[in-house]
Design a protein around this ligand. Structure first.
Ligand SMILES: [Cu+2]
Length: 127
């Protein structure tokens, strides 16, 4: 996908979802259901479609973590995922789950994720 297409997709998505946003939808900051622990690994589930949800996740620091980003008919630019701290950048499949490993030593501080154009974002706060 070239950058011009991505920009126009981004802008139209922003206009559409911006309308809902300004209609008063509260920011999704309830992260309690997004974090689980399986076999000593911390799992964080984030969905990508018209932005990321939840947008703020509180997680445990210093624990091997797998970030699972799921798409479901995601054709907006939130499928273009960038996590600068992990030097991660990828176009996700329109529907599927992407698993991103975060080592125990990387699971600290705040991890920022954003779409390719930097319009949508989420944060994982390791504490
Ligand atoms: Cu974007």
């Amino acid at each position: 996908m070239n950058k011009a297409v991505l920009v126009s997709v981004c802008i139209s998505a922003l206009l559409i979802f911006g309308a809902f946003w300004f209609a008063g939808k509260p920011a999704n900051v309830d992260s309690s259901s997004a974090v689980s622990t399986v076999n000593g690994k911390q799992l964080i589930d984030i969905s990508a479609k018209g932005g990321y949800s939840p947008r703020v996740v509180l997680a445990k620091a210093g624990v091997p973590t797998v970030l699972r980003v799921s798409t479901k008919g995601t054709f907006d630019c939130s499928s273009s995922l960038v996590i600068p701290k992990l030097q991660y950048q990828k176009y996700l499949q329109p529907t599927g789950t992407e698993e991103i490993s975060i080592g125990a030593s990387q699971a600290r501080g705040t991890l920022h994720g954003l779409c390719g154009m930097g319009m949508y974002n989420f944060q994982i706060k390791f504490q």
